[in-house]
Design a binder for this molecule. Structure first.
Ligand SMILES: [Zn+2]
Length: 475
């Protein structure tokens, strides 16, 4: 169903008057980029790939001419820009890891972009090692924003329709930046809520805000959205009548999807975006995988050696953002795992799809006997069906796993002790008997500095499990 312009005169005013005015103030062309994206998504895949190849050629030439890092890299490999004609040629270049970006930071910036024209961003706070990168106004505010608006359209939410957005509050460097951010939020009609502010004492207000007639959509981390759903269920409060729920920023687990579906009566839309590349992929109304914004990005799925794997096979997700001319990141490893979904989508869009994204590649529990088990395989569905609000796995040592639980308030002691006794054997079946599983109850589980909930925290030195057992993690 195409909901475009459904909300009448106000929607037209936003789209044709206010948003273009915002573009003029910011010096961006978001609305032009949006119109192009609204059109190109319906093209056949071959035509989308042609557009992608043209943009990729331009980016590679730019990187060769203006970015010392790529000039050296390609000269050393005896490659000229004409050797990279399409996405399939990209594997001639090496994978770019976060560590490589850290080491070569200054050399990766384009020489024709003065520092004042670059926009600083950070990422990776959740792994404890933040990474600084740079993008441009055109990349972030024209193309990134346009992809973001199109992604919301997939959920039936158009620019200017009121929604609540759960995220960590960003710090905007200058006061003019802050003003622009505020203007932009007014225009988009977005009410921001910091994920760290979702507490027992604020939930009543949050839920009553969501119940307002004009609030159409809730967008946020899946852990936060499903936590709100659990709270509504527990309290027996009126369920807010929303039209759409969009989750992003973390992996959407099956148990979270089920809880959101059960409580709100809506199928959530999962979105994949990162700080470095902005919007990457979004689930459409067919709820069959996530469409990659292939007009603006090249997404590759590769094995441990950087070689592309066939559709349906899981691998590392690499992204090449075709609009960041300030600091091009080519074949950049997002440290997430995912797979392409073969075939075309029933919705008719030509954009390729990711079947799923399995979150951080480091969300893995390693065992003394060499097993590598993804956190999402540790009986999360069963845990979610216990009187538990939040849970987290902390691997303290190779042979010691702590399961942190936040129980539903008022859970009888007998239930707590039965959880304490039944969870360890359940996990030992998955991990093996050489891991001591300990269950602890806490009042809450802290969020990362990025406001996210981590499913797995590992305090184990990678040297203790590297080269032990199969490298592929069992699922
Ligand atoms: Zn689709």
């Amino acid at each position: 169903m195409n909901n475009r312009h459904r909300h009448g005169a106000y929607g037209l005013l936003i789209r044709h008057v206010m948003a273009p005015a915002m573009d003029a103030i910011r010096g961006t062309q978001t609305m032009r980029a949006l119109r192009e994206l609204e059109d190109s998504q319906w093209w056949p895949l071959s035509r989308i790939e042609e557009l992608q190849a043209t943009k990729l050629n331009e980016l590679i030439s730019h990187a060769y001419q203006k970015v010392p890092y790529y000039r050296r890299l390609m000269d050393r490999a005896d490659l000229r820009p004409c050797a990279i004609r399409s996405a399939t040629d990209l594997s001639r270049l090496p994978v770019l890891t976060r560590d490589m970006v850290r080491t070569s930071m200054t050399e990766m910036r384009a020489t024709d972009y003065p520092a004042r024209k670059l926009r600083r961003g950070t990422t990776g706070g959740s792994t404890g090692q933040p990474l600084v990168f740079y993008s441009t106004l055109d990349d972030q505010r024209t193309h990134g924003f346009a992809r973001g608006i199109r992604a919301m359209q997939y959920a039936g939410v158009d620019l200017g329709e009121r929604r609540m957005l759960i995220r960590i509050q960003r710090h905007h460097s200058s006061s003019s930046e802050q003003m622009l951010h505020r203007l932009s939020r007014i225009l988009e009609n977005v009410h921001e809520l910091d994920s760290r502010d979702i507490t027992e004492s604020t939930l009543t207000d949050i839920v009553s805000y969501l119940d307002r007639d004009d609030v159409r959509c809730l967008t946020g981390y899946p852990s936060a959205v499903s936590f709100i759903a659990s709270w509504i269920e527990e309290k027996g409060t009126t369920v807010p009548a929303l039209d759409a729920i969009v989750t992003g920023g973390e992996q959407l687990f099956t148990h979270q999807r089920q809880r959101i579906r059960t409580v709100f009566g809506l199928e959530p839309f999962s979105k994949y975006s990162t700080n470095e590349a902005f919007e990457i992929a979004m689930e459409c109304e067919a709820h069959s995988g996530m469409h990659i914004a292939a007009e603006d990005l090249v997404v590759e799925i590769v094995d441990a050696n950087g070689i592309p794997v066939p559709p349906g096979t899981e691998g590392r997700i690499l992204v090449t953002n075709l609009h960041n001319y300030g600091m091009p990141l080519i074949r950049y490893d997002l440290e997430d795992t995912g797979a392409f979904l073969p075939g075309s989508c029933p919705c008719g869009r030509g954009l390729p799809r990711l079947s799923h994204v399995l979150g951080r590649r480091f969300d893995i529990i390693h065992t003394p006997s060499g097993r590598h088990v993804s956190g999402s395989n540790l009986g999360t569905n069963r845990l979610a069906n216990m009187p538990v609000r939040k849970f987290q796995f902390v691997q303290e040592a190779l042979d010691h796993l702590v399961v942190r639980l936040v129980a539903v308030p008022g859970t009888p002691d007998s239930d707590l002790s039965s959880m304490r006794s039944c969870i360890p054997p359940m996990l030992n079946k998955i991990l093996g008997d050489d891991v001591r599983v300990e269950v602890t109850f806490q009042d809450d589980i802290e969020l990362t500095s990025g406001g996210k909930h981590l499913l797995v925290i590992s305090r184990v030195d990678p040297d203790s499990w590297l080269n032990k057992g199969p490298t592929a993690h069992s699922r």
